[in-house]
Design a protein around this ligand. Structure first.
Ligand SMILES: C[S@@+](CC[C@H](N)C(=O)[O-])C[C@H]1O[C@@H](n2cnc3c(N)ncnc32)[C@H](O)[C@@H]1O
Length: 205
């Protein structure tokens, strides 16, 4: 199994890609998650901190185009081979630091997804600003986070899973930081059993 290289300079703490055995059990239908978050067929999208491509592949199959970005080339290689196996051609894979998003994409996009990463980002406002700058007016940012529940409670295949309890964010915590970056809160969707998706929209200037 290819492991995330968390020694790469700039790697966000506590964001190593989970092992696929329990991760696939927890996320049986990533395409349904994307529908709930408002990803649409005409959208240009970014999957920021894409990992091994759990959401990249269905995003590429359900939108116009996806740029999948990760700091770890090993994860990008996994995501690329999953996309190839699924016949998902409307995607490209770019290595880079999420804080420096703007130069990694050609043009502003309609949809930015940050899944299972925001809890570990040291400067959340900086990342939210980078995501906001990457959006067209009216475009959406969707952040998928573990709920702020005790890690002991969030079991999958009989084991506690997910980030440490103390770094988990409530929907209100997420809304507070992202709205400071100039995005409007659009809504929160439940992603059972343990996650929520907070959705934001870029207002006209
Ligand atoms: C927990 S995984 C989540 C992957 C995927 N979004 C998912 O939900 O399955 C977090 C990913 O963020 C990547 N990452 C960590 N720090 C990063 C950074 N500074 N810039 C871009 N990607 C980063 C890691 O390499 C890892 O693949």
């Amino acid at each position: 199994m290819v492991k995330n290289d968390s020694t790469i300079a700039g790697f966000f703490p506590a964001t190593v890609m989970p092992d696929p055995d329990w991760w696939q059990v927890l996320w049986p239908s990533p395409e349904q998650v994307l529908i709930a978050l408002g990803a649409g067929s005409q959208m240009e999208a970014v999957d920021l901190c894409c990992g091994d491509g759990l959401f990249t592949v269905p995003l590429a199959l359900s939108t116009r185009h996806v740029v999948a970005i990760d700091i770890d080339p090993g994860m990008l290689a996994l995501a690329r081979s999953k996309a190839t196996a699924a016949g998902a051609t409307a995607c490209e894979f770019v290595q880079g630091d999420a804080y420096a998003l703007a130069p990694l994409i050609r043009e502003p996009v309609d949809f930015v997804l940050i899944a299972n990463t925001f809890h570990g980002v040291p400067d959340k406002l900086r990342l939210a600003r980078a995501a906001a700058a990457a959006l067209k007016t009216g475009g959406r940012l969707a952040i998928v986070n573990w709920h702020q529940r005790s890690r002991e409670e969030t079991t999958v295949l009989g084991e506690p899973r997910g980030p440490r309890t103390d770094i988990r964010m409530s929907p209100a915590d997420t809304v507070a930081v992202v709205t400071r970056a100039g995005l409007k809160h659009f809504g929160v969707v439940e992603l059972p059993p343990y996650h929520y998706g907070a959705v934001f929209q870029k207002p006209a200037e």
